[in-house]
Ligand binder design. Structure first.
Ligand SMILES: Nc1nc2c(ncn2[C@@H]2O[C@H](COP(=O)(O)OP(=O)(O)OP(=O)(O)O)[C@@H](O)[C@H]2O)c(=O)[nH]1
Ligand SMILES: [Mg+2]
Length: 380
């Protein structure tokens, strides 16, 4: 028998906590290979949440654990619960669940099933077939949830991970132990994103199962929306290798342009050689910035030779994008049009500028990002 521990963070959930714990413990009758227990981290609720848990503890001997802490946010509450679980309970897997019945306790066997099949982390996903968000949510709440998930998905360029913010999950204890240092920095709701991001970067095996999120009937929501949005954006900016890769691209463009200007105007190089030198300087600086910043989790390992080899490959990939731009531009000019476009009667731009921007956005960026990930900064 393996132990599965359901962790419930609570703040004023007296309306639901008793029935929820009993429903979770009832799941023991449905699973054969698991022993399900519950840990509640109550952050100084001002209602009877902790008192009700203590009453239940007497009824269900040694199946219910209670931690009582200060109120410091959801991420902090999970972090405290994880540390307690690792030290005193040693489960094989932890299931995270909201305590307001938004997550149906009857689904816990489905999560355990995926864990038994080999997943390291199972996410209850509302944005896959079979999953859903509450129909009665106001339109602003629906938009917020959908957009938050899309922003994170595209911000990290992890298109096959559909759910980032839902808190119904099962995570193997080794992965939690491993992630403790990373997630302790995120005390609010953004902790859920930080945990999943860490699991992906670790190469953990992920599974998504459909989840129907139910609107709470009792108690009040604790989310502070504008703060949450800012935390999400800050997290993506500091942790997405894709965003950093785009920023490096812009810096590379500036480096190329500045050096070309310098060589031509100050050192009187001829224009073609000035541009060749400036392009190579930009390639070198892009290579270094990508290695030590954008893809720092997958930094090139080994000695001088592996650096040299990767650097030469990087030059090939960069030459590829120059060729793609050249060929793409000449095809567009020839088969679409080579003319001046009048922008709403206020400005004129040449069509080649539009083509160049489109080629960079839709061909060069995916081309380079995919090759960097698959060839130069491969996952170890
Ligand atoms: N221990 C602890 N639990 C918290 C804290 N903040 C939120 N929670 C719990 O975390 C879970 C999710 O919080 P909710 O306020 O329901 O957030 P939500 O589910 O996104 O929003 P609603 O369902 O609309 O309320 C609930 O069980 C809360 O009681 C906290 O600071 N400490
Ligand atoms: Mg809730």
């Amino acid at each position: 028998m393996k132990k599965a521990l359901v962790v419930l963070p609570t703040y004023n959930e007296a309306g639901t906590i008793k029935k929820l714990i009993e429903d979770i413990l009832l799941q023991n009758q449905k699973v054969t290979n698991w022993e399900i227990e519950v840990l509640i981290n109550d952050s100084s609720s001002t209602d009877d949440t902790a008192k009700l848990v203590k009453e239940l503890q007497k009824k269900y001997f040694k199946k219910i654990y209670l931690l009582e802490t200060k109120k410091e946010g959801l991420g902090k509450a999970y972090h405290q619960a994880f540390i307690y679980a690792i030290e005193y309970i040693q489960p094989f897997v932890i299931i995270q669940m909201d305590a307001d019945f938004s997550h149906n306790p009857n689904d816990t066997p489905l999560f355990l099933n995926e864990i038994a099949k080999g997943a390291d982390m199972v996410v209850g996903a509302r944005y896959i077939k079979g999953g859903s968000i509450p129909k009665n949510w106001g339109i602003h709440r629906k938009i917020l949830s959908v957009f938050a998930n899309l922003t994170i998905r595209f911000g990290f360029m992890k298109l096959n991970v559909h759910e980032w913010t839902n808190g119904y999950r099962a995570i193997k204890i080794w992965l939690i132990k491993d992630a403790l240092d990373h997630i302790k920095n995120y005390s609010g709701y953004v902790f859920q994103i930080a945990m999943l991001d860490y699991a992906i970067k670790k190469g953990a095996k992920l599974a998504e199962i459909p989840n129907n999120f139910i609107d709470r009937k009792y108690g009040k929501s604790k989310i502070f929306v504008s703060q949450y949005i800012l935390q999400i954006l800050a997290y993506i900016f500091s942790h997405s290798s894709f965003i950093k890769f785009i920023i490096v691209g812009f810096i590379g463009f500036a480096v190329d342009f500045s050096f070309a200007y310098l060589f031509i105007n100050k050192f009187h190089f001829n224009k073609p050689s000035a541009n060749m030198f400036s392009a190579e300087i930009a390639i070198i600086s892009n290579f270094l910035m990508n290695n030590f910043w954008s893809f720092k989790d997958k930094k090139i390992q080994g000695g001088v030779f592996s650096y040299l080899f990767k650097f030469i490959t990087f030059n090939f990939v960069s030459s590829g994008s120059i060729i793609i731009q050249g060929v793409g531009l000449s095809l567009a000019l020839r088969f679409i049009a080579d003319k001046t476009i009048h922008l709403f009667g206020v400005a004129n731009i040449s069509s080649w500028i539009v083509y160049k921007i489109l080629i960079i956005a839709f061909i060069i960026i995916p081309y380079s990002y995919i090759l960097y990930n698959k060839v130069i900064w491969k996952k170890k």
